[in-house]
Design a protein around this ligand. Structure first.
Ligand code: ADP
Length: 481
């Protein structure tokens, strides 16, 4: 009787194992199991198909890295340190979800995937790698991004008009209003400015979410670059009575002179670097009261370039610290409530840093101040020189191409200096025919009614650079943060 019972328990286990195997073979997610050293022990059909490795028999016994090759989702090669899959497999830590491109099979076709790693305790520290194709998700995200981008772009113009009208209404030189109305209109003006900033940031965020926007990497000496950017903030810091210094952060143990002399090279997108620093500096100035200090520092830290922006401002509570890099997140306390913002700045910073293979994080003591760290891959002086040669060669080639493409028409000194007033042989391409349909009523804006001023920024509005127009232009150009 006992034997019968045990047999049926064994049957149950076998049955469950068989069912689990059926499930693993049926699911569309790729599943690979490896031993502790990364040698493949099991691979399901979905993983075979996605990696294009031919068959499970081909893959079993191989190192997982031979068939699961990854690059960043922007299409950049990932060094071992930057590759979270390799790191998780090496250290036996869990990898939640990393998005990158799988380089599949001999054709090296790129497939966007989200990959996770789970160490399995109990078995000889085996690892389970799961991954799924996210092409469709990215397409849907792209459509959403496109919609938000178009909508925020379209809404910026009317918001700038509202803001312009409100500035006119509260300006004693252009309108007469009673004090109560002024209070209301000033509040409306501040809100419209906030809305304008929100649309600008949204537009920036959608640009960032757009996978088509890729960093343009170039070899750069980082200490000089960051110093130049931080120096641009000296006048504003002075105005706000905040002490801003570069290269004097006490948390860094090197002596000041040695640190200043240190040359640190990176391979970065210079425009991205400016956006990152602009946001960190703007925040440091915004969240530091008068009399406070800001320290900006750059140093080489092994194979990383480490930048920090430290302030003695209002600080961030431990609860908020884990969320500040999320889209639209703003710490809500009595200090931040009175300081304007959209909660998009740090989200942009994170996106930009990660697109360059870096990491950003913050440390803070509430009420005492904050430090934001940006860590980016570092290159050696030799690599810098080599890459500079490549850049110079590219520039020379571009110049050669440009001059080869330019029309080779002999130009004498007289022609160059004084072009003829009327071409003697006008070509139809150069002079388009003046068709009456071109001046159709749609193309001609209605004559402005002199009693109703056209909304600023609209057809019929004065083209002169009035303060309001300048304000609108600034808003549209996103000058102020
Ligand atoms: P915001 O437009 O609100 O400044 P950010 O994304 O730049 O948006 O920052 C998110 C939040 O992080 C801010 O609302 C603020 O609460 C907090 N924060 C950012 N930088 C600092 C700083 N230097 N000091 C204190 N709090 C900060």
């Amino acid at each position: 009787m006992k034997l019968l019972k045990r047999k049926s328990a064994q049957e149950k286990t076998d049955n469950q194992a068989a069912l689990a195997e059926v499930a693993l073979r049926a699911i569309t997610n790729g599943v690979i199991m490896t031993d502790k050293s990364g040698v493949i022990e099991f691979i399901n059909p979905a993983a075979v198909a996605m990696t294009d490795c031919g068959s499970a028999e081909n893959a079993i016994g191989l190192d997982y890295g031979l068939i699961l090759k990854l690059e960043s989702k922007e299409g950049r090669e990932l060094s071992e340190n930057e590759n979270p899959l390799i790191q998780a497999m090496k250290t036996g830590q869990t990898l939640e979800s990393f998005q990158g491109n799988l380089i599949a099979g001999p054709s090296e076709k790129r497939i966007p995937i989200a990959v996770s790693v789970l160490p399995v305790e109990g078995l000889q520290q085996d690892r389970v790698i799961t991954f799924r194709n996210i092409t469709k998700e990215l397409e849907e995200e792209g459509e959403q991004t496109e919609f938000i981008s178009t909508a925020s772009h379209e809404m910026r113009t009317p918001v700038a008009s509202i803001e312009g009208y409100l500035s006119l209404a509260i300006n004693p030189q252009t309108a007469t209003i009673d004090e109560r109305a002024r209070g209301y209109l000033e509040a409306a003006h501040a809100a419209s400015q906030h809305l304008g900033k929100l649309f600008r940031d949204l537009l920036d965020a959608t640009k960032l979410d757009d996978a088509r926007i890729k960093p343009h990497f170039e070899p750069v000496e980082m200490v000089g670059l960051i110093k130049r950017i931080s120096d641009d903030y000296l006048p504003r810091a002075r105005e706000l009575k905040i002490n801003l210094s570069f290269g004097s952060d006490q948390t860094i143990s090197l002596g000041e002179n040695r640190r200043m002399e240190q040359v640190v090279y990176g391979f970065v997108d210079v425009n991205f670097m400016r956006e990152i620093l602009d946001n960190l500096m703007d925040n440091a100035l915004k969240y530091t009261p008068e009399g406070g200090s800001i320290y900006v520092n750059v140093r080489g830290d092994g194979d990383r370039v480490l930048i920090n922006v430290t302030d003695t401002g209002i600080g961030i509570s431990a609860d908020d610290l884990g969320h500040i890099f999320q889209k639209f997140y703003r710490a809500d306390n009595s200090d931040t409530r009175t300081i304007g913002g959209t909660g998009l700045g740090l989200y942009l910073v994170k996106q930009r840093v990660e697109a360059m293979g870096g990491r950003v994080w913050a440390e803070s003591a509430f009420g005492e101040g904050s430090t934001f760290y940006v860590s980016l891959p570092r290159i050696t002086g030799d690599e810098y020189e080599k890459r500079m040669i490549v850049v110079r060669n590219q520039q020379m080639q571009e110049q050669l191409q440009k001059s080869a493409q330019a029309p080779v028409t002999p130009v004498n000194a007289f022609q160059a200096a004084t072009p003829p007033a009327t071409p003697t042989t006008p070509t139809p391409v150069a002079t388009p025919p003046v068709s009456p349909t071109v001046s159709a009523p749609i193309a001609t804006p209605p004559a402005p009614n002199p009693s109703i001023p056209a909304p600023p920024g609209q057809p019929g509005a004065p083209i002169t650079n009035s303060p309001v127009q300048n304000q609108i232009n600034n808003n549209l150009n996103g000058e102020a943060k």
